[in-house]
Design a protein around this ligand. Structure first.
Ligand SMILES: Cc1cc2nc3c(=O)[nH]c(=O)nc-3n(C[C@H](O)[C@H](O)[C@H](O)COP(=O)(O)O)c2cc1C
Length: 266
């Protein structure tokens, strides 16, 4: 059986899990969403299709929805989605289910897994309210804890209702997702680059949206940011910050993933 796994990953958590799962469901067909989402149409004739990505502001990243809008499948594939997050997925997978449904593609199974936090943003009052409302948060398991179970469901092609947070967290989180996405788009205009920047261009190469160029050796940011943190977290000098960041937080990238695996703009 042909299986394709599409992934979007900024700091490596989703890619790490995609690779782990690929071994267990017997496929080597891993495709970076960042590399294909700008094509006019993304055709996939596999019988099993997986989509693995992080949760951003209680919903799916903009780039993942754009990818789904261009996806063209053959027949009725078994489609599964996995959202990696730090604890509050809200209705991310239900949003994915709806986006697929708009393309007449059925989401057969949807899983949420817990992973380390890729965001350096300070938590605001709204974050604390949603976290407080989500009773399911503490029960969330990591990819490693769920790998066998998810692989078994996918291998047997069993239906699995898309997982989500508790309903109040779902309602509030989903309501604010749209504002989050809007804010993310231009957030890079407020990025600050310190004198530690060596002009190495790593930020340019890992940006999934080609939203960064080097100008006289300094990163220049445009208005199409995913706020995915790839440029910030992979910077060898930790030279990029944002006024909303918690300065006590350290840089994070998944220890099993190397920066070369996430290079898009080579
Ligand atoms: C801008 C941003 C927003 C995030 N929002 C959420 C969120 O709403 N809920 C959550 O549980 N995790 C959230 N996270 C954490 C990521 O979903 C999580 O760390 C994910 O595993 C990162 O995946 P990646 O390493 O593949 O990029 C957010 C991370 C970022 C950068």
């Amino acid at each position: 059986m042909n299986t394709t796994i599409f992934y979007f990953s900024a700091t490596g958590n989703s890619l790490h899990f995609a690779k782990q799962l690929a071994n267990r469901i017997n496929t080597q067909d891993l495709v970076s969403i960042s590399e294909v989402f700008e094509q006019d149409a993304i055709q996939c004739s596999s019988e099993r299709i997986g989509v693995i990505f992080p949760v951003f502001a209680w919903g799916p990243p903009r780039i993942v929805i754009e990818f789904i809008n261009k996806l063209q499948v053959r027949g009725n594939p078994y489609v599964f989605a996995i959202a990696t997050c730090v604890g509050i997925p809200a209705k991310t997978l239900i949003t994915i289910e709806q986006a697929l449904e708009n393309k007449s593609i059925k989401l057969s199974a949807g899983f949420v897994i817990k992973a380390p936090c890729s965001s350096l943003a300070k938590k605001n009052a709204l974050d604390h309210i949603v976290i407080g409302l989500d009773r399911k948060r503490r029960k969330l398991k990591t990819g490693e804890e769920r790998l066998e179970e998810i692989a078994s469901v996918v291998n047997k092609q069993i239906a699995h209702k898309p997982e989500s947070s508790s309903w109040l967290a779902n309602r509030l989180g989903t309501f604010f997702h749209a504002y989050g996405v809007d804010f993310f788009k231009t957030a890079s205009q407020d990025f600050k680059v310190s004198e530690k920047c060596t002009g190495c261009g790593t930020c340019v190469r890992v940006c999934p949206r080609a939203n960064i160029t080097l100008s006289y050796g300094n990163p220049h940011f445009y208005d199409n940011c995913e706020f995915c943190h790839a440029c910030i977290q992979w910077c060898p000098e930790f030279a990029i910050t944002h006024p909303n960041f918690d300065t006590a937080l350290k840089q994070y990238t998944n220890p099993k993933v190397r920066v070369n695996e996430l290079i898009i703009n080579a």
